[in-house]
Design a protein around this ligand. Structure first.
Ligand code: SF4
Length: 570
């Protein structure tokens, strides 16, 4: 099975290495078996010519076939640090074939067991699809073509995830303010939208978990909107909707599979299936849908009305503009004008940028950073940890060495940053491992995901990107996708990037975006005073606040691996 280009062994410079052992190696059926050597497996297994497994006792196979071990997505999440191995499981459980299989078996709408298929696509995926076309069309055009394609498959609704991101950004600002009010202002808050980074922190830097924001990512907020808010509007139960998202990376499959996003009452997930941009592209090719050709004009009735605003832009970064939303919020709510200065700690290393807001007399009031890629991430985690008095980077090896963990010291005055926008991929989400690949893959008859592509016949331009050494992470290609994301405008260093479509918060009741966000919040949280709209930064009664936490926040927990990497025998 082919893995995502992000995870091939050619990219060892910014990559989590595979774990040395799985947490579920063998189901031991005979607990009385004597273990002579510490660390050795307690069960001996023999494999016959047909590949069947038998437990051995007294030197002879027992004759009883061993059951094949089943590894669920949650087992993979609890693994000792391997994202690579998890992908083979994920690809089979969450894939475009799974989507097709659901759509073909979904009973007609007249049936009571029909589920409404909904597709939500990320703006980074749209940018990746756009960048492969010549010239790259605006994202709105790509969204419309994807919408028409999805309708031919049987999807009844197609949304982009930017309104969900808008709500995630608002909630994230609320959380930052809440932390300040609780006196955690000197602890930095680290972004939580990237599951690649979250899994890494849970598995290797549990000490850092208090720093990580609890706000759900746009994908999971979209899940809440579809399964909670829309289901109510449509008078359906959450399990009567089948929600598929298109995302730039495989890690989003892991995220959607977390137990926190599972609705026990209705036995359904907020996001039922995640496919990557590459998988959507493959689906279109298999169905003979040419994304390069504008679809024939269709009656507007064939496109379902969208209850959410489409393709909202948020100035800042193409990974979600988390840091920039905070910068804007702090500047707008400051009683004195603030000056923004930017700094590249390492020249020409745009994956690590520092931003400071200062008062007119030069006093810094907010220090933030954007940190992308695991290499930068390692350094910034140590820096943040040192400044907050937390010993980090111990991981399994550190625990082996013994010693108690030092508690987080809240309120330390010299925190390195107030906030860090952390993303696991170098270049951020436009360069996610599930995005379409650049030049070399284009020129190959078969791409790394194993399907045939005839790029020139599809009208895809490869000129200018024909560097035969290009691969995932190629900076020139990432820049092309970034440009497509900003609809052709050059991303600029620092502020400002392309204008925001919405006004972030504080826009008053007359602002239609504020009004819709307020209605969604009131509908989901049902405040006791019966109001139909709540301003996002307003405090509601405790029960409503609890519902808000369930809808827009999540939790993280440290994964204590039972496997000590240094103790594994090969
Ligand atoms: Fe996924 Fe990479 Fe974006 Fe993280 S930075 S959410 S791993 S695409």
């Amino acid at each position: 099975m082919a893995f995502s280009g992000a995870l091939t062994l050619t990219d060892l410079n910014d990559f989590i290495t595979p774990a040395q052992a799985c947490i579920k190696p063998v189901e031991q059926t005979n607990p009385s078996t004597k273990v002579n050597e510490p660390g050795a497996a307690a069960t001996e297994i023999q494999i016959d010519a047909s590949g069947s497994y038998y437990e051995v006792s007294n030197g002879r196979a027992s004759g009883q076939k061993l059951q094949t071990a089943e590894i669920s997505l949650n087992d993979c999440l609890a693994c000792s640090g391997c994202i690579t191995s998890a992908e083979s499981v994920l690809i089979t459980l969450q894939s475009h074939t799974e989507v097709l299989s659901f759509l073909s078996s979904n009973p007609p709408p007249s049936s009571s067991s029909h589920r409404i298929p909904v597709l939500s696509i990320s703006p980074q995926s749209l940018a990746s699809l756009a960048a492969c076309l010549s010239p790259p069309p605006p994202l709105a055009e790509v969204l419309s073509r994807v919408h028409q394609f999805a309708r031919t498959l049987g999807f009844e609704h197609v949304f982009d995830t930017t309104f969900a991101r808008e709500l995630a950004l608002r909630e994230h600002i609320s959380e930052f303010e809440e932390r300040k009010r609780r006196g955690e202002g000197a602890l930095p808050m680290l972004a939580s939208a990237c599951p690649g980074w979250i899994c890494y922190a849970e598995k290797t830097h549990g000490e850092m978990l208090p720093f990580i924001a609890r706000t759900k990512s746009p994908q999971q907020v979209m899940g809440t909107l579809v399964k909670e808010w829309l289901s109510d509007k449509w008078q359906k139960r959450p399990d009567q909707i089948y929600h598929v998202t298109v995302m730039p990376c495989y890690d989003k499959k892991l995220e959607a599979s977390r137990s926190d996003f599972y609705n026990d009452m209705y036995a359904t997930r907020d996001v039922d299936c995640v496919i990557t941009t590459g998988e959507l592209d493959r689906l279109m090719r298999e169905k003979g849908w040419d994304l390069a050709a504008p679809p024939p004009p269709s009656p507007s009735s064939s496109l379902t009305p969208n209850p959410f605003p489409t393709l909202l832009t948020h100035p800042g970064t193409s990974s979600g503009s988390y840091l920039h939303s905070l910068l804007s919020h702090i500047s707008e709510s400051s009683p004195v004008p603030l000056t923004l200065t930017t700094h590249l700690p390492r020249a020409a290393q745009v994956d690590l940028e520092e931003y400071t807001l200062s008062t007119p007399d030069g006093t810094p009031v907010f220090r933030g950073a954007k940190c992308y890629g695991f290499r930068n991430l390692q350094n910034i985690v140590r820096k943040v940890g040192r400044a907050a008095g937390v010993q980090v980077g111990r991981g399994a090896a550190g625990r082996l060495a013994g010693g108690a963990r030092r508690p987080v010291r809240a309120g330390k005055a010299d925190a390195a940053y107030d906030y860090v926008e952390v993303m696991a991929c170098p270049g951020g989400c436009v360069n996610g491992g599930g995005q379409l690949k650049p030049a070399q893959a284009w020129l190959d008859a078969r791409d790394p995901e194993g399907f045939a592509r005839d790029w020139p016949a599809s009208g895809v331009a490869v000129a200018g990107l024909g560097d035969a050494s290009a691969r995932w992470g190629d900076k020139a290609w990432t820049r092309e996708v970034e440009k497509a994301y900003w609809d052709g405008r050059e991303p600029a260093f620092g502020l400002p990037t392309p204008p925001a479509s919405p006004k972030m918060g504080g826009g008053g009741a007359e602002d239609p975006l504020d009004a819709l966000a307020g209605r969604v919040l009131a509908d989901l949280c049902r405040p006791r005073n019966g109001t139909k709209s709540v301003r996002w930064y307003e405090q509601m009664d405790e029960e409503a606040e609890e519902r808000r936490r369930q809808c827009f926040r999540t939790e993280y927990r440290e994964v204590e691996s039972e496997v000590v990497g240094l103790g594994v025998k090969w």
